[in-house]
Design a protein around this ligand. Structure first.
Ligand SMILES: [Mg+2]
Length: 213
């Protein structure tokens, strides 16, 4: 972990984001989560679909060094599109798994019956909402999903909901959120290994350690 990542999250709030209430840890009221690449292991599903539907065996998770898959994977663009279509439509055969540690941490976050907010840039919430309901240890009524259809629309949705902290794996979105005074927490993935000024977490255990007691 580098010096930036090791910076206590409260430090950045008091200096650059004085409009936030005093930081006492992440709470369900002030925090929201991206889904793909944070809660759902979507890139591993991508690799599984490519193998199963298109007999492409050479892809590895570490090879996905850019969020723009055409930039980092030796795949025909039409195959990338076809795999993503399966993911969005939920028509894939291989299962989409939760990220390691995610369920235990979200169970703790939702233990008092709080609603947990998820904001995705997917075009529609239905398929991923069903997946969240079926895979997370939360009651149906505790799961709120907003599908923005674009990365740019996330900041607006989060601000309207009173969210201050957002866990996200797309670095470009972290910069967009930061400019809108939402504090991003970057979930480390092979596709976001670039310099940035944000708090970074490498696991759900680390997110859990930031939750208010
Ligand atoms: Mg994501």
């Amino acid at each position: 972990m580098d010096a930036v990542a090791a910076k206590p999250i409260g430090a950045s709030f008091s200096s650059s984001e004085g409009n936030h209430a005093a930081y006492r840890g992440l709470t369900p009221q002030t925090t929201a989560f991206d889904i793909d690449g944070v809660v759902a292991d979507t890139m591993r599903l991508f690799i599984s679909i490519a193998r199963e539907s298109f007999q492409i065996d050479h892809l590895r998770h570490e090879d996905i060094t850019s969020y723009n898959l055409e930039d980092c994977l030796d795949l025909k663009p039409e195959i990338i599109v076809a795999v993503i279509e399966q993911i969005i439509a939920g028509t894939h055969t291989p299962p989409l798994h939760p990220m390691a540690g995610c369920c235990a941490s979200l169970a703790r976050f939702g233990q008092d019956g709080h609603t947990i907010r998820f904001v995705t840039a997917r075009p529609e919430a239905g398929v991923i909402r069903d997946w969240l309901e079926n895979n997370l240890p939360l009651a149906r009524r505790q799961i709120e999903v907003v599908a923005t259809g674009s990365f740019e629309a996330k900041a607006h949705v989060l601000k309207d909901a009173g969210v201050h902290y957002f866990v996200e794996d797309r670095l470009e979105t972290c910069f967009l959120l930061s400019r809108a005074a939402i504090t991003p927490i970057l979930f480390a993935q092979p596709w976001n290994r670039y310099p940035h000024p944000f708090r970074e977490v490498a696991s759900w255990e680390e997110i859990a350690s930031m939750m208010a007691p």
